[in-house]
Design a protein around this ligand. Structure first.
Ligand code: NDP
Length: 301
């Protein structure tokens, strides 16, 4: 009888705690050596319960990392002009190095205009068109937090990603596209699959690295996975079990993939915790750049 193979479980929770500890250590040094405290402002429009939870968590972790945290909570009927005025005020505030507008915004607001009003140097979400263009041309930019977190986990597991076949499932502006760009910048051969992709199983089966960001619970079965491949599961899907209890699952069928994959991130405890850790890392990076201080290594793309 042979031992059943099981993939290495990539512990994003522990990795994220390590990133936060590194950020906190750099913040302590910035304060001691330069008298500078990095500041992050989060702008929340309306009262979406999920967004409120995220914003609270971001604020708490920002303070725990020794940074200044500002929350701008605006009513759901805030006008476009009033929101842009808040962003322009934060752009001009030297104590704020990172600005994040919590998405989605209410329908009457133009998200693209709002994001593109943020000073690109303070755009810690990396969604401003300038940062998208810089990333796309391989230049120093602010990198979207979730894909940056995935990249850190992949680099830590593999060392070099050069020459690997990577498939990104999903082409959203916040995860799929920047993820594909980052993998390309690290010299992977990248395929992006989406809802119109044909023969998706065959494409996934050729991949050494699979990043799943589709928002469909357990869509990827083990039979799609090349033996030994690394799976990064970005999906966060809340499902209801037969007994009525709720559970979080990813876009990948974790149990089914475990005996096939070489390594896999769990949900929860994989990519999820990396997103806020990378937000803190981006705020630190933005603060260093704004002050002409050498930015810490290993915390950017
Ligand atoms: P979007 O809904 O914006 O994008 C989903 C993408 O998946 C689209 O490009 C869509 O294709 C593609 N897609 C949908 N169905 C299929 C299918 N059957 N086969 C192949 N591709 C498909 O989602 P996001 O990118 O914002 O998020 C993706 C997932 O990641 C969600 O579960 C979300 O909750 C999670 N997430 C997790 C984060 C974290 O911190 N861990 C942060 C951000 C997101 P098309 O373009 O053709 O419609």
């Amino acid at each position: 009888m042979t031992d059943a193979h099981e993939a290495t479980i990539i512990d994003g929770k522990a990795f994220a705690a390590n990133v936060r500890a590194q950020v906190a250590a750099h913040v302590t040094a910035l304060k001691a050596d330069h008298g500078i405290t990095p500041g992050l402002a989060v702008v929340l429009v309306g009262e979406d319960p999920a967004s409120q939870v995220y914003v609270r968590s971001k604020g708490k972790q920002t303070v725990e990392a020794g940074m200044k945290s500002v929350e701008e909570k605006l009513p759901a009927d805030t006008s476009q002009d009033d929101l842009l005025a808040v962003i322009n005020r934060l752009n001009a505030d030297d104590s704020i190095h990172g600005i994040l507008v919590q998405l989605p915004l209410p329908d009457h607001l133009d998200s693209n205009l709002v994001i593109n009003t943020i000073d690109p140097a303070k755009d810690v979400d990396g969604f401003h068109i300038s940062n998208v263009g810089l990333l796309g041309t391989g230049q120093k930019s602010m990198v979207p937090c979730t894909p940056l977190g995935c990249l850190m986990l992949l680099r830590d597991h593999h060392g070099s990603l050069s020459g690997k076949n990577a498939v990104v499932l999903g082409r959203s502006n916040i995860v799929g596209k920047p993820m594909a760009q980052l993998l390309l910048n690290d010299s992977c051969t990248v395929t992006i699959a989406h809802s119109r992709t044909q023969n998706i199983e065959t494409i996934v089966r050729a991949a050494d690295i699979v990043v799943a960001a589709v928002g469909r619970s357990e869509m990827v079965p083990g039979s799609w996975i090349k033996p030994g491949a690394t799976i990064i599961d970005v999906g966060i899907n809340r499902i209801e079990l037969k007994d009525g209890t709720k559970k979080l699952v990813g876009d990948v069928d974790y149990k089914d993939c475990l005996p096939v994959a070489g390594a896999i991130t769990p949900v929860p405890g994989g990519v999820g915790p990396m997103t806020i850790a990378c937000l803190l890392a981006n705020t630190l990076t933005a603060c260093c750049r704004a002050n002409g201080i050498k930015e810490p290594e290993g915390l950017t793309a």
